[in-house]
Write a protein that binds this ligand. Structure first.
Ligand SMILES: N[C@@H](CCC(=O)N[C@@H](CS)C(=O)NCC(=O)O)C(=O)O
Length: 226
């Protein structure tokens, strides 16, 4: 039974699922769904009309966290959720932190405001971007401290926590921003560690090409990834 992942390449939540499949080396099919133009029958896949959604045989699942946990149950190795109860809870916490604290600022506050809105003919509100950028440093401090002396957020191997956090940095970058690695060195090194893994690197190359075209179309300067 094929896994069918519905969504768009630039979504951090779709990227999280994609990286998850790739880390586990599970074949899957990507089906493009534009979140700004979701077909009405998509409701069967996700009643909230958001991406991603997964189809697996007769099963239809919404939400990136749910999708990743489902995959984990069926393909437990390599483990991307720690087995130790405390580590498991920490990984869930950091995934939630990425999705619901970083996401609204990095993806919706910066990336969507600067790129997606103008692409859809809407006016970008730079004051919203500035507000998001003001709120981010304490979040960077927290994550940077958690990484002090560690390669991965939880345990000694990559987990859902690393994937979820690093996925948000991609949208931040697409929006023309970077984590300042001089101020947050552990976070900068962690970002590079995750983004250079094959589970991110291949699609990042495609994303950068697409972002280059979008930024050009919008008259924005090109970005140089770190
Ligand atoms: N918690 C959800 C968030 C999904 C989400 O917000 N997706 C955005 C795209 S990045 C979306 O579909 N937005 C369309 C909308 O809200 O109308 C998940 O992890 O899957």
């Amino acid at each position: 039974m094929t896994y069918k992942l519905h969504g768009a390449i630039l979504s951090p939540y779709v990227r999280k699922c994609r990286a998850y499949f790739l880390e586990k080396q599970i074949p899957f099919e990507s089906i493009h769904v534009d979140p700004g133009n979701i077909p009405s029958d998509y409701e069967k896949l996700n009643p909230l009309m958001r991406i991603p959604a997964l189809e697996h045989g007769d099963l239809r699942l919404a939400d990136s966290s749910v999708i990743c946990q489902y995959i984990e149950k069926l393909h437990p190795t390599p483990a991307l959720f720690p087995t130790d109860a405390g580590d498991f809870a920490q990984a869930l916490w950091l995934e939630k932190y990425a999705d619901y604290e970083l996401g609204p600022l990095c993806t919706f506050g910066v990336f969507r405001e600067r790129l997606i809105k103008p692409l859809r003919g809407l006016t970008s509100d730079e004051s919203r971007v500035e507000k998001a950028l003001e709120k981010l440093p304490p979040l960077f401090d927290y994550l940077n401290e958690r990484l002090d002396g560690r390669e991965w957020f939880v345990g000694d191997q990559i987990s859902i926590a690393d994937i979820a956090v690093a996925s948000q940095w991609v949208n931040f970058q697409h929006g023309g921003e970077q984590i300042d690695a001089a101020r947050w060195p552990h976070l900068g090194a962690h970002r590079d560690r995750v983004h250079t893994r094959p589970s991110f690197a291949e699609s990042l190359a495609q994303e950068h090409a697409l972002i280059g075209k979008i930024r050009h179309k919008l008259g924005l300067p090109p970005i140089t990834p770190p």
